[in-house]
Design a protein around this ligand. Structure first.
Ligand SMILES: [Zn+2]
Length: 552
C-alpha cells in the first residue's frame, strides 16, 4: 500500500493549510531539506504534531509522552545507553510483547534488533525525538534511584536535625515534574506540614514533613521566587525558572498566611502545549463538524466558556490553527501569551501600562484585522468592544467564566450587551470541562445496569437519548504503575456547543429564559456537558463517577 504523503496527512489532521504546504514546498526547493523538518523549522507544525502525522502515515499509534510514562519493568529490557543510542523508549510489557516508542516507525532494523535482544514480540508506537530523549533521561534515573526514596531520605535526615532544605525543595519540584503535576501545595497543619500534587485536575497527598522546618522551606521557595522572606503576614506572589535535567520549567509561586503558617502553592506552567487538535481534545465528530463550519464564517463571535483550568485556551489555540493565517490577518490579546504561533500577531495584556483587553480591541480595529482573539471577557467595556467588532465584519474568539453554554447569554446581558446584539453578534457558545480518561494500561470492561447509571445523575431522558438498554458495558481502570494506581491517565474535554441560529437568536431577543433556550437547542441536537460525558462513558473513554465529579 502506498504511503500517504506527509503534507496530506498534516492537512487531514488540521495542522497545515494548502497555502502553508505550498510555501514550505517552495522553500524546500531552495534548501532541499526534508519536508517534515522544514515544517517544524518554519513553525508551521510542532515536533509533536509532526510525530502524530508520521504515526498516522505508518498506521501506528501516537503516544503523548507528556502524559504517558514507561513502566520500570519495561525500561529494564535495554540499558540507558542503548536507549539513548537508538533513541527508543520501552513503554510497557504486556505478556510476551513489549511496546516501544520510536521517532521513525519506518526503520525496520530497530524492531529486529529489539526482538533479538529481548526475545519479545515488539509493538512500535510513535512520538517525537525530543520527548523520547527527555523521557529516557527522566525515567532511567528513576530506575537507579526513585525520587520517592530521595525525598523520604531528606525528610528522615530533617528529623535528626540535619535538614538540607534547598535539596528537599528541589526534590519536591523534581517529583512534581516526573509525575507531571500542575501544582504543588505545601500546607502547614497542626502537627505536620503536607505536600500535595495536582495531577489531571485532582489533588493527591504525597508527603508529610516535620512542622519545624516549614518556615525554612517557605523561605527557600520565597528566595527562589524573588519574594520578601521577612514578610509573613501578607499574601505574596513570585516566580522563577527551575532547571531539571537540562530543561527549564517556569514556576509561579503564591503564599497565603493561614492559622498554622504560610501556605505555599507552586504552579508549574505547562511546557508541552503543542498538540492543538480539537479531535484529540475530545470534540466528538458531529460537534467538530459544526464547530469548524462556524469558524469559517467571515464574522461573528465564538465564545468558549468554563471555569479556570477547563482547557479553554487550548481550544482557542486549536481553533486558531484551523484558520488560514496566510490568508487572514489574525491579532490576539492574551493574559499571558502561552504559546507562540507564526504569522499571528500576539500581544499581552499589561494592566499597569494601561494595555487592557478593551484598549487592545480598539487598536486592533485599525490594523485591518480578519480575526481577533480576546483572551477573556470580564468587564462591560471589553464585552461591548468585542461584540461590536464581531458585528462589524470580524471573527472574534474569546472566553467567559460561565458554567454552561446557555447561561452565557444572561451573563452577556449583565455586561450590558443588548439582547439583539447577542443574537446578531454571537455565532456559537462552547462550554467545556476536562475529565480524566481511563488509563489504557489497566483498562477493563464490565457490565452495569441502567439503574446503576441513574445513580450517577444521568436522567431517563439522557439514557433514552443514547439508547441505553437494561444492561450495558462500561470501562474502568484497575490502577497500575503508569497511572499511579488511580486508573486514570490524561484528560479530554466534554463539550456543549450552543449554536445561535435564527430561531435561537429570536428566542434571545424575545427574552426567553435560559432553560427554554437550552431545551430548544437540545431538540435541535445540542448535547449538554453531562450528555457528552455520558457518550464518553458509553464509548469507554471515562467512567460515570468521573463525569459526576466534574460536571455534577
Ligand atoms: Zn493504569
Amino acid at each position: 500500500m502506498a504511503r500517504k504523503r506527509l503534507g496530506e496527512v498534516l492537512q487531514e489532521l488540521g495542522y497545515l493549510s494548502e497555502d502553508q504546504l505550498e510555501v514550505a514546498l517552495e522553500v524546500q526547493k531552495l534548501n532541499g531539506k526534508s519536508l517534515g523538518s522544514l515544517l517544524v523549522d518554519l513553525s508551521f507544525v510542532s515536533p509533536q504534531e509532526l510525530a502524530q502525522a508520521i504515526a498516522h502515515q505508518a498506521g501506528k499509534e501516537f503516544v503523548d509522552l507528556s502524559v504517558y510514562s514507561p513502566s520500570l519493568e519495561a525500561l529494564k529490557i535495554i540499558d540507558k545507553n542503548t536507549a539513548r543510542q537508538l533513541e527508543i523508549l520501552p513503554l510497557d510489557i504486556d505478556g510476551s510483547k513489549v511496546k516501544v516508542v520510536v521517532s521513525d516507525p519506518f526503520n525496520v532494523n530497530i524492531v529486529d534488533l529489539i526482538k533479538r535482544r529481548t526475545n519479545l514480540e515488539v509493538e512500535i508506537l510513535v512520538s517525537d525525538r525530543e520527548s523520547i530523549l527527555r523521557s529516557i533521561e527522566i525515567y532511567y534515573e528513576q530506575l537507579t534511584k526513585p525520587i520517592e526514596e530521595v525525598v523520604k531520605e531528606l525528610i528522615q535526615s530533617s528529623l535528626k536535625g540535619e535538614a538540607d532544605v534547598p535539596k528537599l525543595v528541589d526534590a519536591f519540584l523534581n517529583h512534581a515534574i516526573i509525575d507531571r503535576a500542575t501544582d504543588i501545595h505545601i500546607s502547614p497543619e497542626t502537627v505536620a506540614s503536607h505536600v500535595f500534587y495536582r495531577i489531571d485536575g485532582v489533588l493527591h497527598h504525597y508527603y508529610s514533613f516535620p512542622k519545624d522546618i516549614h518556615p525554612s522551606i517557605v523561605s527557600r521557595i520565597k528566595i527562589l521566587g524573588g519574594m520578601d522572606i521577612s514578610e509573613q503576614r501578607l499574601p505574596q506572589d513570585g516566580g522563577f525558572t527551575y532547571t531539571f535535567l537540562g530543561e527549564g520549567y517556569d514556576v509561579r509561586v503564591s503564599t497565603v498566611p493561614t492559622t498554622y503558617g504560610e501556605n505555599v502553592v507552586m504552579r508549574m506552567l505547562p511546557k508541552n502545549l503543542s498538540l492543538f487538535n480539537l479531535r484529540n481534545l475530545g470534540f466528538e465528530e458531529d460537534t467538530l463538524r459544526d464547530f469548524e463550519e462556524i469558524i469559517t464564517k467571515p464574522y461573528g463571535m465564538v465564545l468558549v466558556t468554563g471555569p479556570t483550568g477547563s482547557g479553554k485556551t487550548t481550544t482557542l489555540y486549536a481553533t486558531l490553527r484551523r484558520i488560514n493565517f496566510l490568508k487572514k490577518n489574525i491579532l490576539t490579546v492574551e493574559d499571558p501569551v502561552e504559546y507562540k504561533f507564526p504569522f499571528i500577531k500576539q500581544t499581552q495584556v499589561n494592566e499597569k501600562a494601561g494595555y487592557t483587553f478593551a484598549t487592545a480591541i480598539r487598536h486592533f480595529l485599525r490594523q485591518d484585522p480578519d480575526v481577533i482573539l480576546v483572551g477573556e471577557i470580564r468587564d462591560e467595556e471589553t464585552a461591548e468592544m468585542a461584540v461590536r467588532a464581531a458585528i462589524t465584519g470580524h471573527l472574534v474568539l474569546s472566553t467567559l467564566h460561565t458554567n454552561d453554554a446557555v447561561s452565557t447569554i444572561p451573563r452577556l446581558i449583565d455586561l450590558k450587551v443588548k439582547e439583539y446584539m447577542v443574537a446578531s453578534g454571537v455565532l456559537a457558545i462552547s462550554a467545556q470541562r476536562l475529565i480524566r480518561k481511563i488509563c489504557p494500561f489497566c483498562k477493563y470492561t464490565l457490565k452495569v445496569s441502567r439503574k446503576e447509571l441513574e445513580r450517577y445523575g444521568f436522567t431517563q431522558e439522557m439514557l433514552d437519548r443514547f439508547k441505553v438498554g437494561e444492561e450495558i458495558e462500561i470501562s474502568r481502570g484497575r490502577g497500575c504503575e503508569h497511572c499511579k494506581g488511580t486508573g486514570y491517565l490524561g484528560r479530554v474535554a466534554v463539550v456543549e456547543l450552543l449554536k445561535l441560529d435564527e430561531e435561537i437568536g429570536d428566542m434571545v431577543v424575545r427574552g426567553y429564559p435560559p432553560l427554554a433556550i437550552s431545551q430548544r437547542a437540545r431538540e435541535k441536537g445540542m448535547r449538554l456537558l453531562k450528555e457528552d460525558g455520558l457518550l464518553k462513558v458509553l464509548r469507554g473513554i471515562t467512567t460515570p463517577e468521573e463525569v459526576r465529579r466534574v460536571v455534577g
